[in-house]
Write a protein of this length. Structure first.
Length: 193
């Protein structure tokens, strides 16, 4: 008797529910309970919900959950279902890192001295608060206070803060940005007299 293994879905954002479901399929119905041993090549990125499952007599399939975890960069994890030495099946799960999706300034063009709303969006919610450092660009003097950081609360995909600007004697611009998950997003701020 041989075994095959499939994952649905085969690509997830780490730490974001729902977790993928793995299906183990035997080449024929079990004549007695069959123990299938389970393992992960990288439990820190994706772990199996149990060390083994039992496929009952008369059945040929069983399922288990693969629990994904937050990763710093995209990671491929090999999940293995084994009936014994030389009789196993594998499936690869891509665990993707959460990254920033966009940064929006409202308004993006304004008179100097105007308060600017900065909103940062990530592509999936995280289990804990995320603090991102804002970069004021090449013209930090446009801001009357340091731009500092922006916090996205656990379970949320957006965070906002107010940026305070200085009055200017002529039109000036700067690119406000932030980086997370290997990706940088930015928006151009233009201040006028």
């Amino acid at each position: 008797m041989t075994v095959t293994l499939s994952l649905n879905p085969s690509s997830v954002v780490g730490g974001v529910l729902p977790d993928p479901v793995a299906t183990v399929t035997l080449s024929g119905n079990a004549s007695s309970p069959v123990v299938v041993n389970l393992s992960s090549s990288n439990p820190a990125a994706a772990s199996v919900s149990a060390p083994s499952i039992i496929i009952p007599t008369g059945s040929k399939t069983g399922t288990f959950t693969v629990n994904s975890h937050v990763v710093a960069s995209d990671t491929n994890v090999v999940i293995t279902a084994s009936l014994g030495v030389g009789n196993q099946a594998t499936a690869t799960l891509q665990v993707k890192a959460v990254s920033v999706k966009k940064l929006v300034l409202t308004p993006s063009t304004a008179k100097g001295g105007t308060n600017i709303q900065c909103t940062v969006t990530i592509d999936a919610p995280l289990a804990s608060n995320l603090v991102l450092t804002l970069n004021p660009g090449t013209n930090p003097g446009l801001f009357s206070q340091p731009v500092g950081t922006i916090t996205i609360l656990a379970g949320q995909t957006q965070g906002s803060k107010t940026l305070f600007t200085n009055k200017v004697s002529r039109t000036l611009s700067t690119q406000v940005s932030t980086t997370y998950g290997g990706k940088t997003v930015s928006a151009l701020l233009t201040l006028t007299r």
